[in-house]
Design a protein around this ligand. Sequence first.
Ligand code: GLY
Ligand code: MN
Ligand code: MN
Length: 464
Amino acid sequence: MFNPQIYTERRNALRKLIPSGIILLPGNTEAAYNYPANTYTFRQDSTFSYFFGLENPDFAGVIDVDNDIDYIFGNDFEIDDIIWMGPQPKVFDLALKAGVKNTAPLGELNSFIGNAIQKQRPVHFAPAYRAETTLQLSGLLGLNPLRIRDYASMPLIEGIIKLRSIKSDLETAEIEKAIETAWHMFTTGMRMAHPGRKEQEIAGTMEGISIAHGRPVSFPVILSTNGQILHNHHHDNILQEGRMLVMDAGSETHLNYASDITRTVPVGGKFTQKQREIYEIVLNANLNGIAATKPGTFYRDCHMVASETIAGGLKDLGLMKGDVKEAVAAGAHALFFPHGLGHMLGMDVHDMEGLGQINVGYDHEIQPSQQFGTAYLRLGRRLQPGFVLTNEPGIYFIPELIDMWKAEKKYAEFLDYDKIEQYRNFGGIRIEDDILVTADGNRVLGKPIPKTVAEVEATMADKL
Ligand code: GLY
Ligand code: MN
Ligand code: MN
């Protein structure tokens, strides 16, 4: 945990953003895998973790806005638990680590909330993403569980997003720790990416490295020689010369801060000319997008810079034609780049997405695009110092999409479908870094993970 002062300051900052009432922040419960006693690795709710820091299941935090008091509700362990789990600290002692002096058994939360409701005090809660939390809130508040999201507090959602969006130095240091683990995952994965290997060996090894560094992966590893399938979690293929291997993975720290990195490498360790040409376009899109990342700029504009780099590069290769800016404005590049340049990163990989992506990535100044491709951009709003975000352009040859657009002659003035046919079995390439917006620009976070053609080839030459 950070020191207690940090959690106290965070709660006080939140208190100032909420007009009145109480803020109810339930922590997570254990989640059953295939029967109740066999659970997934426990993962605390990120917002609870941000304001209370405790990694225990079945806790709830309450921030009393009007009376400057914070509470932790949770149960002390009994001897039966201790036999299975070893000695456990008391809730009171745990709460002190978060700067909270008031604790009560979880069972008392019901009457506490009931009292507040009776006095007509607003009870602010955020949208739940787990059924257990939905039912808990439903029971505490007497609300229909199917409608409960409608009652989530907008001031609370906005307040949490305002605070969690700006990462302190301590937080970026945590993210950099998660990237350090990713450095080991990716350099190992690259060195293993040789013909005859199974994708699952590499994916499993990378996941194991994350666990060996202390925590599980921050999301299920995406690793495939069919990288044109954007979130490909199937690791059934055997690596073959001539394919590109997309590896998209990250780790989490003990304080729940994540990394999210993608590298794409040629199986066998040497790029063919065709692979290198596409790779360099994606790399330029990544670098140009990073160069455009600074305070005051809309991230939508960084997405457009990357999109124009992709369209320009593909025009040079003869896959696209016409005016690059017009092609991108029309959305023709989305045949190859059908997703957004990036998203916020923090305690969640898609940071705070559970609070509503539109609330995290957009605001009164800018609303999401309706256009295919750019519509998937999760972060469009103006950047501020302290934002941490991903930069992850890609070029993919998705046969199903090519066939559909070709049949419709879609954007025929910008796309050379005959030339594109020569790439239909290419696969995909994505490159992803984690970026901090600084006072005057940006900083690519973490120990650099091989990215240029020369760096990737040099790393892969050291075969595992
Ligand atoms: N790892 C999923 C993403 O890059 O958004
Ligand atoms: Mn990723
Ligand atoms: Mn990402």
